[in-house]
Design a protein around this ligand. Structure first.
Ligand code: ZN
Length: 366
């Protein structure tokens, strides 16, 4: 099967034939229909991600149809449409059993993060050498072997090229607003970085009932999109416009919630400085490996909260069906998140666009 493989950092992906084994116990072979291209894929290509381990198949925002199930799989069957989640909880560790599913860090979750199955092996290979799928998904490929726990069955009426966005971007952005910050009705929100994830922080804040949502980005096209998705104000950063000043010009005491959705430590600090006393900052973007964050401890001392999150604290079995229901009701817009659709052979164009920071999401159609 064809897959987009990373062989070396700072090099384009190679679309080539990769061997795939049949699913073993508790595993499922998925025929991928569509996959979003996310900044986290780019972080891996740049060697800036802890999960980077080439050769590997990139992609972690996929949806498709079940092709074959391994022994013991009962939750999905051949022909079912599914979203491949960012992770599959083990269901057995103390965290899972106490309901803290998003923070399951069992051995199986660790294997999952590095693209390995429960037994530590992988199902993909190139000329006999193992190839890991990114976070156990590897959705920039025609086929993916996934643990059953990582799959969420969805209804057949939802287009897979939109449903795939629930794999990462939508769950992460909405989850940051709803699960981590727990945005309250009539509150004020600033979102710094309005790409594929930030736009969903905007949507999450709107769904939570925030009265003021300030979108901040360097690109006017993304600010226009943010307005369409619920932002009430737009700040175009750059050209002498400083983000903290601009936010405080709109909300002088500072906002209740600020989100950093790029992955730059200095921008986390700017988000933090733009909150009011008692306000909450959530770092959503993945910071580079080895970077350090410097904040003014006097600002933290004033009852402010600075929170981190991975994947928006999402619980796939709860949050992906919620996203599908909100989409069906018209509360959540998925169509506008897709800036362009490309075939797998042109996957590197998606990364070039991501690097230029121009687009919300490119969806690769398998
Ligand atoms: Zn992602």
């Amino acid at each position: 099967m064809r897959a987009a493989v990373l062989h070396a950092f700072h090099k384009p992906l190679v679309v080539e034939d990769v061997d795939v084994e049949s699913p073993k116990a508790g595993e499922v072979l998925v025929r991928v229909a569509a996959s979003g291209v996310c900044r986290s894929d780019l972080h891996v290509m740049e060697g800036e991600s802890p999960v980077a381990n080439p050769p590997m198949v990139l992609g972690h925002e996929g949806a498709g149809v079940v092709e074959e199930v391994g022994p013991g799989v009962t939750g999905v069957a051949k022909g079912d449409p599914v979203v491949i989640a960012l992770y599959g909880p083990c269901g057995a560790c103390g965290d899972c059993r106490s309901g803290d599913i998003a923070n399951c860090w069992s051995e199986s979750r660790t294997h999952n993060m590095y693209g390995r199955m429960n037994d530590g092996s992988v199902r993909l290979s190139l000329a006999g050498k193992p190839v890991a799928p990114m976070v156990g998904s590897g959705s920039l490929a025609e086929l993916s072997v996934v643990r059953e726990a990582q799959l969420i069955k969805i209804d057949a009426d939802i287009p897979l090229e939109l449903a795939c966005l629930a794999g990462c971007g939508v769950t992460t952005g909405m989850g940051a607003a709803l699960n981590i910050a727990k945005v309250q009705p009539d509150s004020t929100v600033a979102v710094i970085g309005c790409g594929g994830v930030g736009l969903n922080v905007v949507q999450g804040a709107r769904i939570a009932g925030a009265s003021r949502i300030i979108a901040c980005d360097t690109q006017s096209a993304k600010l226009d999109l943010a307005s369409d998705l619920g932002a009430t104000d737009a700040v175009q950063v750059g050209g002498g416009v400083e983000v903290v000043e601009a936010i405080k010009a709109l909300v002088p005491k500072g906002v209740d919630y600020a989100f950093e959705v790029i992955g730059i430590p200095e921008v986390v600090n700017q988000a933090f400085e733009s909150t009011r006393i008692g306000g909450t900052t959530v770092m959503v973007g993945a910071p580079p490996v080895g970077s350090r964050l410097t904040i003014d401890p006097r600002v933290l001392f004033s009852d402010r909260k600075l929170l981190g999150c991975t994947g928006g604290g999402n619980i796939p079995g709860r949050d992906i069906p919620r996203i599908m229901n909100l989409y069906r009701k018209g509360s959540l817009n998925l169509e506008k998140l897709v800036s362009q659709r490309l075939p797998l052979d042109r996957v590197n164009e998606a990364f070039e666009a991501l690097q230029r920071g121009e687009l919300a999401r490119t969806v690769i159609e398998l």
